[in-house]
Design a protein around this ligand. Structure first.
Ligand code: ADP
Ligand code: MG
Length: 611
C-alpha cells in the first residue's frame, strides 16, 4: 500500500499549501475546533501518483483518511504551528464511484462512495463527545478517554491512585457537532409508482447543520452497517448508513435531462406543428375519455409560466396550481397518477398522507434519540417539479395552514424547538378533492361543498368541477372508450404472436387511438427543454386583451360570487398565457395564447360558480 502519513504530507504540500497556511494562521490566532481541508479528488488526487492514493481511499478509507489526517499534522506552514484536528474532506469523486441508494450492497461496506439524492429529513445539530475529560474523585487527577459512538464511557481506573470514582467535566471534554440526515432517491429517477428508497447519513463537524430538507446533494463517505433492532435485541440483518465525509449541494435545475441533438430536432418539429396543442392534450392520459379542457390545463401546468422578481424584491411564482373537485369515480385519481408518470420531478401523495411528513413539513421528536427532526413533505420534495396531491381535502390541520404560504410564497417556514428553517417549495400543485358529503348536490353552491377554505381555493389558478351526471351520449362514448382500452391490453399481448402483416397493421392502427400522440419520454424532454430555454414576454396586443378581459370580469362579478375576481386571477391569466406560448416554444405571448387561456378560465369559472 502506498498510503502513509509521509506520502500525504507530500500530497498536501503539493496541492494545498495555501489552505494549510490559512488554517495555520487561524490556529496561531487562537481559534479552536475542527477544521476541514477540502480535497478535490478528480482534479488532484486521481492525478497524484497515477491515482493510486485515490484508489486506496476508495477501497480502504479508514486507514487512508487516518494517514491523511496524520499527514496534515506533518506539513509545514508559514506560521510554524502544528495542524491538529484537521479533517480531510474528499469531494468531486469520479462518476464510477456514484452508487444509487437502491444498489448499495454488502460489498460496499467500509468503502468510500458517493451517494446522490434529495434530503428528506434532518435532525437538529447537537454536540457529541469525542474525548471525555474526568476528574478522579479520590486524588483529583485529570483523565481523558476517547469515546466510541454510543454510551459515555468513564475511565476504568485512575492511573495514579487506582480509584474508580470519577466526575465528568464537560467544559474540558472535546465536543464535535453532529447531525443525522436521511436522503432519498430523486423522484424523477423512479419508474411509475416505485417507492423511493432512502438511507441515513451521519455528519460531524462543520458539515453538520448546512443542509435543509429538499436540498439535492451528493454525500461522499464511508458505507457502514449496523445490526437491526435496538438494545439487547440485535438482529443479524444489517441496516446500512453512510458516515459522511463531505457534502456537495447541487444546483436545482432541469439539468438531469440529457437532450440529444436528435431529441432537439424532434422537439422543434413538434413545436412547429399546427396541431401541437391537440397533440399534447392527446398525450395526457389518453386512456381517460373526455376532459379535453382539463388536459389542456394540465399541459399548461407542465410547461408553467415564467417566475418573476419585481423591482421591490417581491417574487411572483410561475408555477400553475390546479384543483380538480368531483364526484367519486370520475377518474380524478387516474389523471393524477398519469401526470405522475409523465411529469419531470413529480411527487405523488394523498392528503391523508402515507408518510408522517404530510404535504409541507413536520418537526417531530425522534423516538430513538429524542432529537428534534425536520422532515420534508411532498411539496418540498417536489421543489422545481409538480406535487400531485390526491384527496387534498383530507389533509392534516398543520398542512392546511402551511399550505397558504407554500402555494403563494413557495416557501415553508418551520419554527419549533431547536429547529428554525425556511424550506423551498417551488412546485406546481395538482390537487384532487371529493365533495364533503359524498356527491355534489346540484342545488347547492359548489364552493360550499368542498372542505377547503375560500382563501385556499383562491390560490388555485384553475379549478375544475367533474360531476357524474347521467348523459346517454357521453355514457355510451365513455363505455366504448373504456372497453376499447381494456381490450387493447389483451391485443397487445396477442400482437407478440401475430404473423399476418395485415392483422398486425390493423391492430396497430387501433392501438394508436389510445396511445399517446407524443411518447412520454419525448414529452418529458419537450417540457424540460421549454422550461430551460423559453421565457416568453407579452406582446402589446396580448396585454391589451388581458386588461380588457380582466376589467370585464370584474364588472360582471356578482357581489356574493363564490370566487371573487381579484388581482390573483390576473396573475393566473398571465402565467397561463406564458405557458401557452412556451408550448409553441415562442418567445412572445400572442393574442392567440390569451384567447386560449380565456376560454379555459371561463370554463373553470362557470363550473365553480354554477349553482
Ligand atoms: P376518482 O378518483 O375520481 O374517485 P378514479 O380515478 O379512481 O376516480 O376512477 C375510477 C375508475 O373509473 C378508474 O378505473 C377510471 O379509469 C374509470 N373512469 C372514470 N371516468 C373515466 C373516463 N372518463 N375515462 C376512462 N376511465 C374512466
Ligand atoms: Mg380518487
Amino acid at each position: 500500500m502506498l498510503s502513509s502519513p509521509a506520502i500525504w504530507r507530500e500530497f498536501f504540500q503539493n496541492y494545498y499549501q495555501d489552505e494549510l497556511n490559512k488554517i495555520a494562521g487561524r490556529i496561531s490566532t487562537g481559534s479552536f475546533g475542527v477544521r476541514s481541508i477540502n480535497v478535490d479528488v478528480l482534479s488532484h488526487l486521481t492525478i497524484f501518483k497515477e491515482g493510486t492514493l485515490a484508489e486506496e481511499l476508495f477501497s480502504n478509507p479508514d486507514k487512508v483518511i487516518d494517514d491523511a489526517r496524520r499527514g496534515i499534522e506533518l506539513t509545514d506552514n508559514i506560521y510554524d504551528v502544528k495542524l491538529e484536528n484537521c479533517i480531510p474532506r474528499f469531494f468531486n469523486l469520479p462518476l464510477a464511484r456514484r452508487i444509487l441508494i437502491r444498489d448499495l450492497r454488502a460489498e460496499h461496506i467500509s468503502k468510500f462512495v458517493a451517494i446522490e439524492g434529495i434530503v428528506r429529513k434532518v435532525t437538529e445539530v447537537r454536540p457529541k463527545i469525542v474525548e471525555a475529560a474526568y476528574f478522579c474523585g479520590n486524588c483529583g487527577k485529570k483523565v481523558r478517554v476517547y469515546q466510541e459512538e454510543g454510551v459515555l464511557k468513564p475511565p476504568y481506573e485512575c492511573p495514579a491512585c487506582k480509584s474508580k470514582r470519577f466526575t465528568f467535566v464537560p467544559e474540558e471534554s472535546v465536543l464535535i457537532d453532529s447531525q443525522r440526515i436521511k436522503i432519498q432517491e430523486y423522484p424523477e429517477n423512479l419508474k411509475g409508482g416505485e417507492q423511493p428508497q432512502s438511507i441515513d447519513v451521519y455528519l460531524e463537524g462543520d458539515i453538520s447543520g448546512i443542509i435543509n430538507p429538499g436540498d439535492r446533494v451528493v454525500i461522499n463517505g464511508i458505507v457502514r452497517a449496523n445490526p437491526r433492532g435496538q438494545g439487547m435485541k440485535k438482529l443479524t440483518h444489517m441496516d446500512l448508513f453512510i458516515e459522511g465525509n463531505s457534502i456537495e449541494i447541487l444546483q436545482q435545475e432541469y439539468e438531469e435531462f440529457e437532450i440529444t441533438e436528435e431529441d432537439k430536432k424532434k422537439i422543434l418539429e413538434l413545436a412547429e406543428d399546427e396541431g401541437i396543442y391537440k397533440k399534447i392534450v392527446g398525450s395526457i392520459a389518453p386512456s381517460i375519455y373526455g376532459y379535453e379542457d382539463i388536459k389542456l390545463a394540465i399541459a399548461l401546468q407542465l410547461f408553467g409560466g415564467v417566475p418573476k422578481r419585481l423591482p421591490d424584491g417581491t417574487e411572483i411564482r410561475g408555477d400553475i396550481h390546479i384543483l380538480l373537485v368531483g364526484d367519486p369515480g370520475v377518474a380524478k385519481s387516474q389523471l393524477l397518477r398519469y401526470v405522475h408518470r409523465i411529469a419531470p420531478r413529480s411527487v405523488y401523495t394523498t392528503g391523508k398522507g402515507t408518510t408522517t411528513a404530510g404535504l409541507t413539513a413536520t418537526a417531530v421528536r425522534d423516538e430513538v434519540d429524542g432529537r428534534w427532526t425536520l422532515e420534508a413533505g411532498a411539496l418540498v420534495l417536489a421543489d422545481k417539479g409538480i406535487a400531485l396531491v390526491d384527496e387534498i381535502d383530507k389533509m392534516r390541520a398543520e398542512d392546511r395552514s402551511a399550505l397558504h404560504e407554500a402555494m403563494e410564497q413557495q416557501t415553508i417556514s418551520v419554527a419549533k424547538a431547536g429547529i428554525n428553517a425556511v424550506l423551498k417549495a417551488r412546485c406546481a400543485l395538482l390537487g384532487a378533492a371529493n365533495p364533503k358529503y359524498g356527491r355534489f348536490d346540484k342545488y347547492q353552491p359548489i364552493a360550499e361543498q368542498i372542505n377547503l377554505s375560500p382563501t385556499l381555493m383562491s390560490r388555485f389558478d384553475l379549478t375544475f368541477v367533474l360531476t357524474d351526471d347521467p348523459d346517454v351520449e357521453r355514457d355510451k362514448a365513455l363505455a366504448t372508450h373504456i372497453l376499447k382500452t381494456h381490450k387493447l391490453g389483451e391485443k397487445l399481448e396477442k400482437m407478440k404472436n401475430v404473423s399476418s402483416e395485415y392483422t398486425r397493421q390493423s391492430l396497430e392502427a387501433e392501438i394508436q387511438k389510445v396511445t399517446p400522440a407524443i411518447e412520454p419520454d419525448l414529452l418529458r424532454k419537450y417540457v424540460a427543454y421549454a422550461k430551460r430555454t423559453v421565457f416568453p414576454v407579452l406582446t402589446e396586443e396580448a396585454e391589451r386583451r388581458i386588461v380588457e378581459f380582466y376589467v370585464g370580469m370584474r364588472g360582471k362579478a356578482k357581489e356574493n360570487s363564490p370566487v371573487p375576481i381579484t388581482a390573483r386571477q390576473l396573475e393566473a391569466l398571465i402565467r397561463l398565457a406564458e405557458a401557452s406560448a412556451r408550448i409553441r416554444l415562442s418567445d412572445r405571448v400572442e393574442v392567440e395564447d390569451v384567447e386560449r387561456v380565456i376560454r379555459i378560465i371561463r370554463k373553470s369559472l362557470e363550473q365553480i360558480a354554477m349553482d
